[in-house]
Design a protein around this ligand. Sequence first.
Ligand SMILES: NC(=O)c1ccc[n+]([C@@H]2O[C@H](COP(=O)([O-])OP(=O)(O)OC[C@H]3O[C@@H](n4cnc5c(N)ncnc54)[C@H](O)[C@@H]3O)[C@@H](O)[C@H]2O)c1
Length: 316
Amino acid sequence: MSGSVLITGGAGFIGSHIAEEFLGAGWSVTCLDDLSRGKQDQVPAAARFIKADVRERLAFEAVADGRFDLLIHEAAQIDVRVSVHEPALDASINLVGFANMLAAAAAGKTKRVIFASSGGVVYGDPTLLPTPEPTATLPISPYGVSKLAGEHYLRALGELHGFEGVALRYSNVYGPRQDPKSEAGVVSIFVSRLLEGRPLTIFGDGTQTRDYVYVKDVARANLLAATVSASRGPRLDGPAFNIGTGRETTVNDLAAHVGRALGKTPVIEYTAARPGELFRSCLDVSKAGRELGWAPRATFDEGMKALAAWFAGAPK
Ligand SMILES: NC(=O)c1ccc[n+]([C@@H]2O[C@H](COP(=O)([O-])OP(=O)(O)OC[C@H]3O[C@@H](n4cnc5c(N)ncnc54)[C@H](O)[C@@H]3O)[C@@H](O)[C@H]2O)c1
């Protein structure tokens, strides 16, 4: 199947890979981004580009008038610490902006909306690892609250207006174009520091764990989610899919992996643990396997080599 898709945040890290994936599958692609973090040169040449803030009327009209088959919502304030210090800003972009886009999808008779949620934050500190979708949700940061509330908006407005909603709960995504200055991108930070010959900083003792998924695998999950039957059911997690690897990696192991992939020995500096950080995170992705026909393909080494190659050729 192909059609026309508008991707908010399409000039950003994950959004630009999604744009490439859909273009490759024959879709007509429009990227919308306010360029607050994204870069216009990351938007593929074959895609249309609209510069707009998802909270604005201009963005509403782009979706409402566009007659898109699909809206993929990646635009967000993505920094947990910004959400802690400026929860109103986080809510304004992540909730008000998303509600604006959902209202526009309803007005434009968009058939389906795919929302970039986060499996790293909606469950809070999970008791069950790898964590499956039906696990109780209890986010511990305003960013997590905004992602979980976004899923509720998606479900409620979808029911009210008749569009289908799918929430993809990503784990920690990494790969080319992830900004090493972003707090979210520890892999990117480690690779760039190692390439520059600088030490790697680890907060706490490095035994905290994450589930690292390669960005092109995430883009493919979005393409599969465009056509999956979106059975809603009475539960929030009905149309939600964890997108990760099911592999739990400590930050110490991550540093060692990055070193091996780049053929360098990392120098590690340990510093105080950051309050509010999750200790363990790892997603059970079997539902995406069963219902989307999705599984991660990239090995860690392949993903990291692609990231290092991008840094080597990336404009400074
Ligand atoms: N990177 C991860 O590990 C990860 C994990 C879980 C969920 N997510 C979610 O995936 C999505 C994409 O994240 P990313 O890592 O690519 O981040 P990113 O910052 O590279 O992409 C977000 C894009 O949204 C744009 N944007 C921000 N505010 C906007 C606004 N008000 N109007 C229009 N555009 C706006 C930015 O310019 C940027 O291009 C986000 O929703 C994020 O919360 C990311």
